[in-house]
Design a protein around this ligand. Structure first.
Ligand code: FAD
Length: 314
């Protein structure tokens, strides 16, 4: 497991502009970027989505970017989602939710002062209306632990109009098992992940085994519940446990899904897909790719070594 100090260093690197430029310039690191990020524009996102669909995999598109500076920025994010949903629909990619979108509320204004939550809700509502027209769904990504209550309030408001809006819960948080119970209801789509942030011990399990044990408790609640569970992990043991619990719970193959990130364990994604499992690939795209890339590298030392080799082998 990557040392805490190394992880902290990488997260600091995610905010370093000089390093970002070096990564952008080096031809080999560009390849690395393309492994984890579809590209910067809508065309790249649509191409990547079509490619995953041709492999029989489902897709959720994430336009990278978080914590917008003002309402105009938040509106730009909203309009970009509406635009890409229109194009997905025109291409027939969004039918039946085959390609959906993932949205971060902070990119829609959630952190903008006292009215942030309602700004984000209005923007998310517009995106949901566009998704409904395109015949697909929206999933609200979960960000750091201080945003969970606000995100779940927005979810509730959106689900009153669009019951198919999904949410993400993070097993690293102590509250999540209870949140899973609340959300394991008919029609509710819940993506369960470990969590990509670094919350304090007061609210989170900080050792990896605690996070994994919590993940197992949560997946049991979701798979035995009434909703539609989406297990987002690359962890072979958790995936195996998920399969076994889904079987025990009598879930049909189309009554839950596995989700993985673009570029992470692609062979396993294909293998699970070929066995008839519903597998959805999270495809990030957009100009703000750098912080996302560094977060992925922080999760796995082998990826970090790849980046360092790329930067030094020009
Ligand atoms: P890890 O503990 O990172 O890895 C466990 C094991 O998986 C490893 O030991 C290894 O065996 C295998 N593995 C992992 N990576 C690789 C690799 N590159 N190659 C080969 N084997 C590998 N986080 C949030 O906080 N909010 C979100 O909204 C959110 N959405 C997500 C959506 C999706 C679809 C996915 C997949 C993740 C999302 N995440 C989100 C990120 C998530 O919280 C984790 O940070 C990330 O998925 C890594 O956790 P993991 O479950 O894969 O386990």
């Amino acid at each position: 497991m990557i040392a805490k100090a190394q992880r902290a260093l990488l997260l600091a690197a995610s905010r370093n502009d000089a390093l970002r430029e070096a990564v952008e310039r080096a031809p080999v690191t560009r390849d690395l970027v393309h492994r984890f990020v579809a590209g910067t524009g809508d065309d790249h996102a649509l191409e990547a989505a079509a490619e995953q669909r041709s492999r029989g995999l489902l897709v959720t598109l994430d336009r990278l970017g978080e914590d917008v500076a003002d309402e105009a920025d938040a509106a730009r994010t909203r309009d970009a989602y509406v635009g890409v949903l229109g194009r997905l629909s025109a291409l027939g990619l969004s039918d039946g939710g085959d390609v959906e979108v993932s949205v971060k509320l902070s990119a829609l204004g959630q952190a903008l002062g006292r009215d942030g939550e309602s700004v984000a809700l209005e923007n998310a509502r517009t995106i949901c209306e566009a998704a409904a027209l395109a015949g697909t769904t929206v999933t609200l990504d979960m960000e750091d632990h201080t945003t969970v209550d606000s995100t779940l309030r927005v979810l509730e408001a959106l689900r009153a109009e669009h019951p198919w809006v999904g949410a993400v819960l993070q097993s690293q948080l102590r509250r999540t098992e209870a949140d899973c119970r609340d959300l394991a209801t008919t029609g509710s789509r819940v993506r369960l992940c470990k969590g990509a942030y670094a919350p304090p011990e007061t609210v989170a399990f900080t050792d990896p085994h605690g996070v994994d044990r919590s993940y197992v408790r949560c997946l049991k609640v979701l798979l035995h519940g009434e909703g539609y569970p989406m297990l987002a992990t690359h962890d072979p043991l958790l995936l195996e446990i998920g399969e076994a619990v889904a079987r025990d719970a009598g879930r049909d193959a189309d009554a839950w899904e596995v989700q993985m990130l673009l570029g992470v364990r692609p062979q396993e994604q294909a293998r699970l897909g070929s066995l008839g499992r519903r597998v959805r690939v999270y495809v990030p795209y957009g100009d703000d790719w750098y912080a996302y890339l560094v977060r992925r590298l922080a999760e796995r030392p082998a990826n970090l070594a790849l980046l360092l080799r790329s930067l030094t082998s020009r």
